[in-house]
Design a protein around this ligand. Structure first.
Ligand SMILES: Cc1ncc(COP(=O)(O)O)c(C=O)c1O
Length: 376
């Protein structure tokens, strides 16, 4: 029997606009860092309502940059939800800080103030929050703790909490534009901050800490720099410059973002309607009325999770778990901690396919296969 076509769990939607943006960029003979990056930064700030933003080459590097920019005492603790991607912990460690893993809510899969409070110590210097799947974290009670907050909005481009853009609420916030995100640039990421000086600093750091070059000074209107090949270096740092090619894809994606988001929401609604009658399935939470979800992933909870994932794979429907809880990894030395909800999610959570290229027939196939599994 002919195998059914694969339905992948994540994906992006790239069309003629993105293709011609890349071609234009190649034809300009300047594929690296340049004016398209600035244009993307301005357009994203405008679309999301951010006051500052710097693009970098990945969300992971943006997290490292964010942790570095807070200037926290070396060795101090950053509370990080365990139910998140490895970059969150790696960034903290790379910035010479210590991640302390906290639990999340089993229904929203987001951190709440009480989870943070359970991990506070005299060494706590900052808190990281992740808007899981694009559902805004209830962030105000966490901000009220008075510690710097790093906001991971990797899933949350176009998520809003009481009218404020997720990512732009805490002290520093980051986005990811990797290949499966709501807005993709192939690989890419970015950072925003409450104050512009932090972003001015981020823009130097992303280029090995190099400040204004003599060339810029010499070619600016007031420029009198005779040795334009000289530059100042503000502090040691690595290079995380984005490319014009990536930014050009991002500019095209931004012009299509409303339509891409509408498609994600439509698929989300089809799943809600199609799966709500199955008592064994706990559906993900939508955003409260004052907030806006970005519908990055549709993560259900079921008791026979592994069996369901295998049954769907037999139907050529690929699903996955985001994320294997960080505290369960030997590397971080916190396997003795018991984080009840994260561990429960590790056994029960499953992301089913959600991306803008899915057809209604694909979604129906997923719903039918899940119904079929539970009716057996
Ligand atoms: C919650 C979260 N934070 C950070 C990242 C890192 O982003 P990137 O893949 O752009 O490095 C990801 C990537 O999936 C993520 O899911």
């Amino acid at each position: 029997m002919k195998r059914k076509e694969l339905i992948s769990v994540f994906g992006s939607d790239l069309g003629d606009l993105e293709i011609s943006a890349v071609v234009d960029c190649m034809q300009s003979q300047w594929p690296g860092f340049g004016k398209q990056v600035q244009e993307f930064e301005d357009s994203l700030m405008n679309r999301l309502g951010l006051s500052s933003f710097a693009m970098v080459d990945s969300g992971s590097n943006a997290l490292y940059l964010a942790a570095h920019l807070l200037d926290l005492p070396p060795g101090s603790e950053v509370i990080v939800p365990s139910f998140t991607w490895v970059s969150c912990a790696q960034a903290v460690l790379m910035a010479n800080l210590k991640p302390v893993f906290c639990d999340v809510d089993a229904l929203t899969m987001n951190v709440r103030r009480e989870h943070v409070e359970a991990c506070l110590s005299p060494r706590t210097a900052a808190i990281m929050v992740i808007h899981y799947a694009g559902l805004p974290v209830d962030i105000d009670p966490i901000l009220d703790l008075g510690l710097p907050v790093i906001e991971d909005a990797a899933h949350a481009v176009d998520s809003f909490s009481k009218g404020r853009p997720c990512g732009g609420i805490g002290d520093v916030g980051i986005y990811s534009f990797d290949a499966i995100k709501n807005l993709t640039t192939g690989e890419g990421g970015g950072i925003t901050a409450r104050d512009q000086t932090t972003i001015d600093r981020a823009k130097q750091l992303r280029y090995c800490g190099v400040g204004k070059s003599g060339f810029e000074a010499a070619t600016s209107s007031s420029g009198t720099h005779q040795r334009w090949w000289e530059y100042t270096i503000s502090e040691p740092f690595i290079k995380m410059l984005p490319t014009n090619i990536a930014a050009a894809i991002g500019i095209a994606q931004l012009t299509r973002l409303n339509a891409l988001q509408a498609r994600r929401k439509a698929i989300w609604n089809l799943y809600q309607d199609g799966l709500e009658a199955i008592p064994e399935v706990t559906l993900p939470q939508d955003a409260p009325i004052d907030d806006q979800h970005s519908y990055f992933t549709f993560c259900i909870r079921v008791n026979r999770r592994d069996e369901l994932a295998h049954a769907l794979l037999d139907e050529n429907i690929y699903t996955t778990l985001r994320y294997h809880p960080l505290h369960l990894n030997q590397l971080y030395g916190q396997t003795d901690r018991h984080l009840k909800n994260s561990e429960k999610l590790n056994e029960e959570a499953l992301s089913i396919p959600l991306h803008p290229r899915l057809s209604n027939a694909d979604v129906d196939r997923v719903i039918f296969s899940i119904r079929d599994f539970f009716s057996r």
